[in-house]
Design a protein around this ligand. Structure first.
Ligand code: KG4
Ligand code: ZN
Length: 342
């Protein structure tokens, strides 16, 4: 008999619900993005995010059930993101999940959002049988985490960013360059028209640790803009016309990608990983995917389908399935964990 899990995700600015069967088959995957709403602020406005989650969550869940052609009676558990994320946003999903679990007498599973990103890989149709350990690089707007997955549900955190997350750096630099929010996809597009060698931006290697740092790279772009346009006041003035956006984007992307892939492959080699997983919003970046595959050589690299790189609830339901199978059942007293790492 198959096991159907309802996943709920509200950790940031996407209100999402999905129904997944046996951890791998997506029956429905509904994502209501608030991106357009937050674009006017140039980033996520937490109070606005939680208010919109409250308005959107029930219709999104009903749409997910209806698209999957299932009712609550056909479900086996509810999996919900418990953290990391914005506390007000997390609480909306968590409280709705608790209410539904209690009312419908379904088991409740609190899921780590980063584990969810990793499980987006299992939603890839042609993923082969996976051997452990797997070196995973989760690169999103909120996180840059290098984690050794030693077994299905066990993780050893190797390192992470000490300042800006990779996606956050893309978004902040995108803003400096006058690109719309979120900057990542727009910078990738601009970079495709530019020369990655036009500016030699710094790479923060942080030798001897598996940590990352991207704030220096961001500042270097700002310094370059100031050098070219000395009277420009960042954050106040309009982006100067004549700014070489494609070249700046390409050079920034090259610097960020180089550090990410080099550290990931070195960590994989040192820990004798059998493969490398890359997940999270920034893993949608084709330059990053291609460079990682090239650098990894014989070592297999897996990445989720593009539409599952950014936040969604199918990945939460998938992780939920494997947690459900392992016997996890959470109580109604679980809290949101805004800083929960793997
Ligand atoms: O995983 P995600 O949806 O949310 C978090 O958990 O944070 O990641 C969103 C991030 C944003 O910073 C966005 O700019 C970045 O992923 N992103 C990209 C691309 N697509 C999304 N960054 C670089 N290149 C892309 N193609
Ligand atoms: Zn995410």
């Amino acid at each position: 008999m198959s096991t159907r899990i309802l996943g709920i995700e509200t950790s940031c600015d996407e209100t999402a619900a999905a129904v997944v069967e046996d951890g791998r088959q997506i029956l429905s995957n509904v994502v209501a993005s608030q991106v357009d709403l937050h674009a006017q602020y140039g980033g996520v406005f937490p109070e606005v995010a939680s208010r919109v989650h409250i308005e959107t969550i029930h219709p999104v869940i009903h749409e997910a059930l209806s698209k999957a052609h299932v009712s609550f009676d056909d479900l086996h558990a509810i999996a919900v993101t418990r953290g990391p994320g914005l506390v007000g946003s997390l609480l909306v999903g968590l409280n709705v999940a608790k209410g539904l679990a209690l009312g419908r007498e379904l088991p409740l599973l609190g899921i780590n959002h980063l584990e969810g990103h990793i499980y987006s890989l299992w939603l890839t149709e042609d993923l082969p049988e996976i051997e452990f350990p797997v070196l995973t690089l989760v690169v999103s707007g909120g996180h840059t985490e290098l984690v050794l997955m030693t077994n299905r549900l066990t993780y050893e955190r190797l390192g992470g960013t000490i300042d800006d997350a990779a996606g956050e750096a893309f978004d902040k630099v995108g803003r400096l360059l006058g690109l719309p929010y979120p900057g990542g996809p727009h910078m990738e597009k601009a970079a495709a028209e530019g020369d990655p060698h036009s500016y030699n931006f710094p790479r923060a290697w942080l030798e001897g640790s598996w940590d990352f740092s991207f704030s220096g790279l961001k500042t270097a772009v700002l310094r370059e803009i100031k050098r070219q346009f000395p009277s420009h006041r960042a954050g106040i003035d309009e982006t100067p016309s004549g700014l070489p956006v494609p070249n700046l984007s390409a050079s920034f992307q090259q610097a960020a990608v180089e550090v990410l892939i080099e550290k990931a492959v070195q960590a994989a080699e040192q820990h004798e990983a059998k493969s490398v997983f890359i997940a999270g919003g920034v893993s949608a970046n084709t330059a990053l995917r291609n460079a990682l595959r090239k650098r990894a050589g014989e070592l297999p690299v897996f990445s989720p389908p593009l539409d599952l790189c950014t936040d969604n609830a199918a990945m939460i339901a998938s992780a939920g399935f494997y947690r459900f199978e392992s016997g996890q059942r959470d109580g109604m007293d679980i809290d949101a964990l805004p800083s929960w790492l793997l």
